[in-house]
Design a protein around this ligand. Structure first.
Ligand code: FAD
Length: 534
């Protein structure tokens, strides 16, 4: 079935009348996916309401599928964050006498039947979960809805797959011609208008209500409270204890941390966001909340409300520039999810602009390796690539610069970079990552023509003028105190002294692997040829 049909079938209003007519049996289930929080969680709240009305316990479920983690190229640092978050969720749910059952399912295709078996064993009839917009997930949920509804009258169950991840439901905004918006600015204007006209978009959902006392002691549920949080599957583990300690200190997990960070950012830094957001040396210049948006430890509604309420206009636009700007960035995340629903083929390794399917990419392994290891000879690129290896994170400005460098200067297939990011980022999110790579490689929704190529040296001078960020991550340059402001961006170049060159050679810092002006010409030619081949 075309994906649009699947999406429409799952989108509210709900799929079947069964949901209304089916009596609640012994329990209601909420299935946690990328919504790992109790606060402002629409699906969890609906499940809790259903359980309350019927006077039965709520059970929470998480399905860990190693095959799924592989297919989504989840980075070990991301998996570790997710498992630590589950520990926190379990502790908080425990206090409400709500069990969290974590089920490991080898094959992702088996998830719907496994969920049905579990629900049967718990005597549960109703399941709630948040919708994920990637094609495979829509297919899985369509299968789940069907599988649960099968069988004799007393075996039938119902799944309600609800919108929660975005403030505005994907598909709700239509352009003048009645289609989906493919350009951000008009989409954003329509998004603001929609949210203002529909205040329930920013509605807050309460935490779930505690289960009836004694749930923990009921024979059929008691074992659920003892379910351990599993270890990361093989291939998705952090390398050693050192790494664990370092990453855990850098990225404390769970929704309490997300809310703490959000409040601190909104109290102290959001006002200066517009001026500082492009300067990677300023860690507090941006919110560092992407891991929480990506894991669902923070709800987009909560984030937007927090920002809006600090604005003197009490609106999403107007008023403080930093606040307006931050809200518009959070909206980019949502825009890219809307794009997935409008153009599902972007989930299938295809560029958003089909015209750009015939570019002859390079697959030069040693060039790709130099890029991943931060050994391109361009300090700003090397600093950014080393930051990812050391922390699982990279500043937005530099994601654009390194992605443009890979796709344009090295002419390497942007999908290799997209994949590498997913395998290493703590905030890896398919829609935002795919959108960002599409933008940088000029194959995505961005209307700019392909001849926009970032110049790494100019970007470096503009956004890291003192070389503070470069020195933080490129150790070969760190202690060269006599390095001038100009030299730090291009140490072997025109402005570099003989003395500096000698010392860098001794330290093994590479020379620029390509000459930017020539590489730019080569890229423009390749794009032109690709388009002509269409
Ligand atoms: P802030 O500047 O504080 O922004 C707040 C939130 O808005 C972010 O946490 C994020 O959820 C959202 N946001 C901001 N900018 C963007 C954007 N350009 N696109 C989409 N959402 C945005 N973001 C991810 O969350 N996951 C990814 O896998 C990812 N891959 C990217 C790949 C490339 C090539 C590019 C150019 C961008 C990518 N981004 C991705 C977007 C952006 O770089 C990060 O969201 C941002 O750097 C996170 O830092 P922050 O939380 O401090 O952001």
């Amino acid at each position: 079935r075309p994906i649009e049909t699947l999406y429409a079938a799952l989108a509210e209003p709900e799929t079947a009348s069964l949901r209304k007519s089916l009596p609640v049996r012994q329990a209601v289930v909420h299935w946690f996916k990328m919504d790992l929080r109790l606060h402002d969680n629409r699906s969890l709240w609906l499940a809790s309401q259903k359980a309350q009305e019927a006077g039965v316990p709520l059970i929470c479920l998480y399905v860990l599928s190693p095959e799924d983690l592989e297919a989504h190229l989840r980075a070990p640092i991301r998996v570790d964050f997710m498992l630590r978050t589950l520990e926190i969720l379990k502790r908080d749910l425990d206090a409400l006498e709500i069990p969290l059952w974590v089920e490991t399912v080898g094959k992702r295709a088996e998830v719907p039947s496994r969920i049905k078996e579990l629900m049967k064993s718990w005597g549960a009839s109703h399941l709630f979960c948040a919708m994920e917009y990637e094609v495979d997930e829509l297919r899985r949920e369509a299968k789940l809805v069907k599988r649960l509804a099968e069988g004799e009258e007393d075996e039938r169950m119902v799944a309600q797959v609800v919108h929660d991840t975005c403030v505005v439901m994907p598909g709700a905004l239509k352009s003048g011609s009645g289609g989906q918006y493919a350009v951000y600015s008009p989409w954003y204007r329509a998004w603001i208008k929609h949210v203002e006209e529909n205040p329930d978009c920013l509605e807050m959902y309460e935490k779930p209500v505690a289960n009836p006392p004694g749930t923990r002691d009921r024979r059929q549920f008691s074992h659920l409270f003892d379910c351990p949080i599993p270890e990361a599957p093989e291939g998705k583990r952090l390398r050693d204890d050192d790494e664990k300690v370092r990453f855990r200190a850098l990225w404390p997990a769970g929704e309490h941390e997300a809310l703490r960070r959000l409040e601190k950012f909104c109290d102290e830094d959001i006002g200066k966001y517009a001026e500082r957001r492009d300067m990677p040396a300023k860690q507090e210049g941006t919110s560092n909340l992407s891991v929480h948006f990506a894991s669902g430890t923070l709800s987009a509604r909560t984030a937007i409300r927090a920002a809006r309420d600090r604005n003197n206009t009490k609106k999403l636009n107007g008023g403080n520039e930093g606040i307006q700007r931050w809200i518009s960035e959070v909206a980019w995340r949502e825009f890219y999810k809307h794009v997935l629903v409008g153009w599902p083929y972007v989930c299938m390794n295809k560029p958003f602009k089909p015209l750009y399917s015939n570019i002859e990419w390079s697959y030069n392994a040693s060039h790709f390796r130099a890029w991943t290891q931060g050994r391109t000879g361009f300090p700003i690129i090397d600093a950014a690539m080393r930051q990812v290896l050391a922390t699982g994170y990279m500043h937005n400005r530099l994601r654009m610069v390194v992605a443009s460098f890979l796709a344009k200067d090295l002419l390497i297939d942007w999908r290799m970079g997209e994949r590498y990011f997913m395998e290493h980022l703590i905030d890896g999110d398919f829609a935002s990552n795919n959108g960002g790579w599409g933008f940088a490689a000029s194959v995505g929704v961005d209307p700019q023509p392909y001849f926009r190529v970032f110049n790494p040296l100019l970007q470096s001078e503009k956004f890291d003028p003192d070389g503070e960020y470069i020195r933080r991550w490129v150790e070969e340059l760190r202690d060269l105190d006599d390095l001038s402001k100009k030299e730090v961006h291009d140490p072997y170049g025109r402005c570099g002294s003989e003395e500096v060159r000698k010392r860098l050679e001794e330290r093994g810092y590479p020379r620029q692997m390509v000459e930017h002006a020539g590489a730019r010409e080569r890229a423009l030619e390749a794009y032109k040829r690709g388009l002509a081949r269409d």
